[in-house]
Design a protein around this ligand. Structure first.
Ligand SMILES: Cc1cc2nc3c(=O)[nH]c(=O)nc-3n(C[C@H](O)[C@H](O)[C@H](O)COP(=O)(O)OP(=O)(O)OC[C@H]3O[C@@H](n4cnc5c(N)ncnc54)[C@H](O)[C@@H]3O)c2cc1C
Length: 526
């Protein structure tokens, strides 16, 4: 078999393209194969509402947080390839039913003051809480970018220094990293609005009643430090910048090319066979797609049975909870009058992600998912996309991105169909209409259940992180013990998407880490 390429990467999601960018810049001959018609995976967008053909729809990720901290944007020169971002401040605002709000400003002190207006003791507690979260971030952040199979003394030293600096907070750090986010919010804060603000943020990282999940609050420290970036023109602009960058450095991208087999012969990776039968040879194959499907695509017998079983049991939305997503196109502006009028300052709530749902709603959203039911009320957020970037809609009109971190993947009383999606939307819009004005002028909507997403991006259960987050599924134990590298389970076959360390989200780090592993492998196996 001809080795046409040094590396074939399955999947043109942002991680696949990150790996391709670093490898092609290192002089490797790289091919990226993508089953969909365009690049992006879970960082894509397009005009997907027939009744509103000029309203941009974002079906998955809407904002960039950690990627802006990793150096990937600079290394791959994404700005030169068209990436521009808007950074709203406040990026988030919790909207309480009584009309009050808590803004998550870039400045934590201003956020604490905002909380203190509602409940002085919580405002004070927030600053103390931030001290603990900042320590967690300082210790954990270097680990995120690190391939734990190839520890770098400089990074380890950074961590040790952070640990020593924050030694007085040791017991608080241990408490947070072993507790549920629900418990931590209720322990630290008293007012329902503060507790809802906290648990609403944590819900993005999975069930708020899971031990260890409180570590997700590090996200708050990240949001204060880095803020969020909304690519101008939508998330597709990010993916297009990646594609342009990697092509400029010599990589080839093939779309509408679905891989059917990862060819492993005599214990070595040889390349891929596409669904149309075409065979392409390479020294290395990187799968940035669903890791379970990737293992199943390996030539039978190519991976030993025990490891196949181990992968097969790795959790993907194990709690039956995954995000539900809608984009609603409207023919007039989207506003938030009641909450905006009750603000005491100049904070523009109409440009912030509006978080909705009391802690009872957050809890119920995960419990109902476990029962396979659609609840009457939800924990959700509304990103007023076009208020932030008006280029995404016709003048004077709007599009809103509505995100539920948790809904049932499998329903108890049957499959997800149009009727059940309509019912879910009815409950969602009833709740959203209590806060926002403008949805009476709806012209069309895009709605995606976890199962729709499973079909669109080929991810089991529509799991946004490919494999569930857990302390026991991090570092080299992600996606499972023994499968997280740095050595490939079969010579030449690597995982390189959200299923490996540090996991899901738009970070580019799994792709970056994989590119280093592949470079090392190719050096040793020329
Ligand atoms: C609703 C939703 C909202 C989110 N919001 C955010 C957010 O705002 N910010 C954030 O940081 N993260 C967010 N995320 C998470 C984030 O988008 C993902 O974790 C991340 O983009 C995964 O990137 P990836 O490159 O590892 O994988 P993917 O983006 O899943 O890419 C895998 C690619 O492989 C392709 N593929 C699959 N099978 C094959 C095959 N057989 N042959 C060829 N190609 C194949 C797929 O089509 C896909 O393009 C969100 C996710 C969802 C679903």
């Amino acid at each position: 078999m001809n080795r046409d390429y040094d590396v074939i990467i399955i999947g043109a999601g942002h991680n696949g393209m990150t790996a391709a960018g670093y490898l092609s810049r290192a002089g490797k001959k790289v091919l990226v194969v993508e089953r969909n018609a365009k690049v992006g995976g879970m960082t894509t967008s397009g005009f997907m509402i027939p009744e509103a053909p000029n309203h941009m729809v974002t079906p998955c990720a809407i904002e960039i947080i950690y990627l802006r901290q990793t150096g990937v944007i600079e290394d791959l020169e994404l700005a030169k390839h068209g990436l521009r971002m808007i950074e709203p401040d406040p990026p988030y605002a919790y909207l309480h039913p009584d009309g009050s709000s808590i803004c998550l400003f870039r400045d934590p002190k201003r956020t604490a003051e905002d909380i203190a207006r509602i409940h002085p003791a919580d405002g004070k507690a927030y600053l103390k809480f931030m001290e603990v979260l900042n320590a967690l971030y300082e210790i954990g952040s270097p680990m995120m970018a690190l391939d734990q199979g190839r520890p770098q003394p400089k990074v380890l030293w950074q961590m040790v220094k952070a640990l020593v600096r924050n030694r007085k907070l040791r017991s608080e750090l241990e408490a947070i990293t072993s507790s549920t986010s629900d418990q931590v919010a209720c322990e630290w804060f008293e007012h329902p609005a503060t507790i809802a603000y906290l648990t609403g943020i944590a819900s993005g990282a999975g069930p708020i009643d899971q031990d260890g999940n409180a570590a997700a609050y590090t996200m708050i420290s990240m949001l204060h430090r880095i803020g969020t970036g909304k690519p101008i023109g939508s998330l597709q602009a990010l993916s297009d910048a990646f594609a342009s960058s990697i092509k400029a450095s010599g990589a080839t991208i093939m779309v509408n090319a679905s891989v059917a087999e990862i060819i492993v012969e005599n214990g070595e990776t040889r390349g891929v066979r596409l669904e149309d039968g075409k065979v392409i040879g390479s020294k290395v194959v990187v799968a940035s797609c669903d890791p379970k499907l990737a293992y199943q695509m390996v030539t039978p017998g190519g991976i030993e049975r025990r490891l196949m079983q181990r992968m097969d049991h790795a959790p993907m939305a194990r709690d039956n909870a995954a995000p539900f997503l809608a984009n609603v196109a409207i023919s007039k502006p989207l506003t938030l009058k009641r909450h905006q009028d009750l603000r005491h300052d100049d904070a523009d709530l109409t440009k912030a992600v509006g978080m909705i749902g009391l802690v009872e709603d957050v809890r119920e959203s995960f419990w109902a998912a476990r029962r396979g039911e659609i609840p009457a009320r939800h924990c959700l957020s509304v990103t007023p996309t076009s208020n932030i970037d008006s280029s995404q809609v016709p003048p004077g009109e709007a599009v809103a991105y509505i995100y539920l971190p948790s809904i049932a993947v499998k329903l108890r009383d049957g499959e997800w169909n149009q009727e059940r999606k309509d019912y879910a939307m009815q409950t969602i819009m009833a709740q959203v209409n209590e806060f926002y004005d403008g949805f009476d002028a709806e012209v069309g909507r895009f709605v995606e259940s976890p199962i729709d997403r499973q079909k669109r991006v080929n991810i089991t259960n529509g799991c946004v992180t490919h494999i569930d987050f857990a302390a026991s599924r991090s570092g080299l134990k992600r996606p499972a013990y023994g499968l997280g590298g740095p050595k490939p389970v079969v010579p030449g076959f690597f995982l390189g998407g959200a299923s490996i360390h540090p996991g899901g989200g738009v970070t580019g780090l799994p792709g970056k880490i994989t590119s280093d592993r592949v470079k090392h492998y190719l050096k040793k196996n020329p």
